[in-house]
Design a protein around this ligand. Structure first.
Ligand SMILES: Nc1ncnc2c1ncn2[C@@H]1O[C@H](COP(=O)(O)OP(=O)(O)OP(=O)(O)O)[C@@H](O)[C@H]1O
Ligand SMILES: [Mg+2]
Length: 441
């Protein structure tokens, strides 16, 4: 049973995000993610997620590692990210065989409660038990962060799924693990961007997340800091409802369709490149599902339509909370949703409007060179700032160098040759920095 739960559908990044959900729910302001990849197998290889939230009592710490731990209904929460009472265990064991947890609530006394969920122990004894440890007998990597302040630490040891290489400490593994954590950084920057930039609710605290001590910068898929007539425009909004699966009545859904600026409208080539996001420009179009203000699915059209270069400026936020879990058919890893039948038609209306406006904004670049009056592109449907004219190809069809640079980058993305282009850019940066500057690289 425990072994089969290991395959529940987490990636390293989604597993870490699930653990951080608990930290945010516990009102943490700081979450530190660290990993250590030693030169040989053993306890020098670990991943740690430490927060400064309100943590747990000794009893609760033991409970927290039990599968299906009952969610306290009366808990004073201002954020509701939990769903099943499984996250900490299933996310952790998808990556490792030993899950440590340490809790400290007392601000003045370093009373720390270390706990361990050990898959090998469970296999050998057939018992599903949480082992309780004294602080002195627990790994220093676990209890160290709690010597100074209260909070909760989760430590993964025997990270077999992360060190899944023929030589887990060789060159390929080192390179591979670094890459995996780059993905972790991109993922956390996206998933928790609203918490990190404090754009959830005024009463919420700002959450900072660090990776091996380095602050992670939030990534907003809608680039709302691209403002002004050339910035991101809200194209269409809808307030919808589905049945409340956690009580009576209905649960609210908000759908907001955005049209992002074109490449030539972005404030800088760097901002355009960053806006591509973890899936790159084309596959980043489509839906962003937010559950409790954290992203649970990013990009793609969930079967409503297909990815299209001409509609890549269209991104749509679909926001709901735990009351709509049933309708969206949330899975245990909270990484996949299904659009409820009841609202599909209304969502498709928003999609049609946003896609149409995005296509026009994209195409306007091609039609802009014709100077003077004429049947120019009309304003996008719906309220909000429509896309306006701006710099870009000059009249007569000339292409600016920055535009050319971006077009080459887009092309590399379309044919999956970004790695090759990056190598070219790296070389050019050294040999011809004037060229990379001109091309916006
Ligand atoms: N960092 C933390 N700070 C405080 N309490 C925590 C922390 N991590 C876990 N807990 C407690 O342990 C319980 C179990 O966590 P777990 O992630 O397994 O389930 P859940 O969050 O309730 O539901 P879900 O399956 O959606 O994650 C939580 O409900 C919470 O009470
Ligand atoms: Mg949880």
């Amino acid at each position: 049973m425990t072994e089969s739960l290991r395959g529940v559908g987490y990636s390293l990044q989604s597993a870490i995000a699930d653990v951080i959900d608990n930290s945010i729910e516990a009102k943490a302001s700081n979450v530190d993610v660290c990993f250590q990849h030693g030169d040989r197998s053993g306890s020098s290889n670990w991943v740690r997620i430490a927060d400064d939230g309100r943590s747990m009592t000794a009893l609760r710490a033991t409970e927290a590692l039990r599968y299906g731990a009952e969610i306290e209904p009366d808990l004073d929460r201002d954020v509701y990210l939990s769903a099943f009472g499984f996250g900490l265990k299933t996310a952790s064991t998808s990556q490792c065989r030993k899950v440590w947890l340490a809790a400290r609530q007392h601000p003045d006394r370093a009373l720390i409660y270390p706990r361990l969920l050990d898959l090998d122990h469970m296999r050998d004894t057939g018992e599903w038990e949480t082992l309780e440890y004294k602080t002195a007998d627990a790994p220093e990597a676990l209890v160290g962060p709690l010597r100074e302040r209260p909070g909760t630490v989760v430590l993964w040891q025997e990270i077999d799924r992360i060190l899944d290489y023929a030589d887990p400490h060789g060159f390929n593994a080192k390179k591979g693990v670094d890459l995996k954590f780059q993905k972790v950084e991109e993922h956390l920057a996206m998933v928790f961007h609203r918490y990190m930039s404090r754009t959830t609710k005024p009463k919420h605290r700002k959450v900072t997340i660090t990776l091996n001590g380095r602050l992670i910068d939030p990534w907003d898929p809608f680039c709302l800091d691209e403002t002004g007539p050339e910035g991101t425009g809200v194209c269409r909004e809808a307030e919808l409802k589905v049945p409340n699966s956690r009580g009576s009545g209905m649960a609210p859904i908000k759908v907001v369709g955005y049209v992002l600026p074109r490449r030539d409208e972005f404030s800088s080539p760097e901002a355009w490149n960053r806006a591509a996001g973890p899936k790159k420009w084309n596959r980043s179009q489509g839906f962003y599902f937010y559950r409790g203000n954290r992203i649970i699915q990013n990009g793609g059209w969930s079967g409503v339509r297909t990815i299209d270069e001409h509609t890549k400026l269209a991104r749509i936020a679909v926001e709901f909370d735990h009351r709509a879990d049933g309708a969206f058919d949330i899975d245990i890893a909270k990484g996949r949703v299904t659009i409820p039948n009841d609202i599909k038609g209304s969502v498709e209306d928003v999609v049609d409007a946003v896609v149409e406006a995005a296509r026009r904004r994209y195409d306007r670049r091609a039609s802009r060179p014709s100077p003077g009056p004429g049947p120019g592109p009309g304003p996008g449907p719906g309220p909000g700032p429509g896309p306006g004219p701006g710099p870009g190809p000059s009249p007569g069809g000339d292409v600016t160098t920055a535009d050319a640079g971006s077009a080459v980058r887009d092309s590399a993305e379309r044919i999956n040759k970004e790695g090759d282009l990056d190598a070219i850019i790296k070389d050019l940066r050294e040999s011809r920095p004037d060229v990379t500057d001109a091309l916006g690289w």
